[in-house]
Design a protein around this ligand. Structure first.
Ligand SMILES: [Zn+2]
Length: 87
């Protein structure tokens, strides 16, 4: 692997280029504007990530920061950005 940098949210897939986990896999505690998950808080195992994702989806996949939501936002498309090992 060239770089382990993660910019996509492990929960919802939002990727605004902000580094959430560095190349050592260390969390930078970035709060996701979409699902509101803070990197490194409850998303450090796949089981936890899936649980958080399910909870967020069940609650209607509401944006944490509504003004960050693009007019043409597509949930399904964004979920494809979730790194494969976190799906
Ligand atoms: Zn997110």
């Amino acid at each position: 692997m060239e770089s382990g940098l993660e910019t996509a949210c492990r929960i919802c897939g939002l990727d605004v280029g902000e580094v959430r986990f560095d190349d050592h896999g260390l969390a930078l505690f970035v709060i996701c504007g979409c699902c509101g998950t803070e990197s490194g808080v409850g998303d450090d195992t796949v089981v936890q990530a899936r649980r958080l994702r399910a909870r967020w989806l069940d609650a209607g996949s509401v944006w944490f920061e509504p003004k960050g939501r693009p007019a043409d936002w597509e949930l399904r498309e964004q979920l494809r950005n979730v790194p494969p090992s976190w799906r």
